[in-house]
Design a protein. Structure first.
Length: 161
């Protein structure tokens, strides 16, 4: 019976790592958070063609799947927030871009704004890191994505037609 549980846990563990590492981008030897954000941007591209309700559903699903995957990988690594976990950057990018036109301008500026907000972590984002497990890993980047989305909205609004 023990062999069966290990055999069934292996695919789940692999799936958790695949999700948590942003399809492996978290293993980037240079700037894994930036690599994860780029993966988030690439994965958002097909989502941008969907109705907003579907995009919001995808964000909600990825958030909860990301919490579980990040918790699993962090527990396995024995670290609070392992650098290889970048699903939080993926969700942060999606939140940065949601409800905005997906254009080269919004994609590039949104990426830059999210990276700044993720690094600076204005209050209360930094405090969210204290949440346990995957909740803390994901929550601060959700907040960074919200901040980036608001600033990006202002930029889109200020741009001449």
């Amino acid at each position: 019976m023990a062999e069966d549980s290990r055999a069934s846990a292996a695919p789940a563990s692999l799936l958790a790592r695949l999700v948590a590492t942003g399809l492996g981008s978290g293993y980037s030897p240079v700037a894994p958070g930036t690599a994860g954000s780029l993966v988030g941007l690439a994965l958002y591209w097909p989502l941008a063609r969907l109705a907003p309700a579907w995009v919001v559903l995808a964000i909600v699903v990825l958030f909860f799947v990301g919490v579980a995957a990040a918790s699993s990988v962090a527990r396995h690594a024995g670290l609070h927030d392992p650098g290889i976990v970048v699903v939080d950057e993926v969700i942060g990018m999606w939140i940065t871009l949601v409800f905005l036109p997906f254009t080269p301008f919004t994609a590039i500026l949104g990426f830059l704004l999210f990276r700044v907000m993720d690094i600076v972590k204005p209050p209360p984002a930094r405090g969210f890191e204290r949440f346990p497990g995957g909740w803390g890993i994901m929550a601060d980047d959700v907040m960074a994505g919200i901040y980036a989305n608001l600033v990006l909205r202002l930029a889109v609004w200020a741009m001449p037609s």
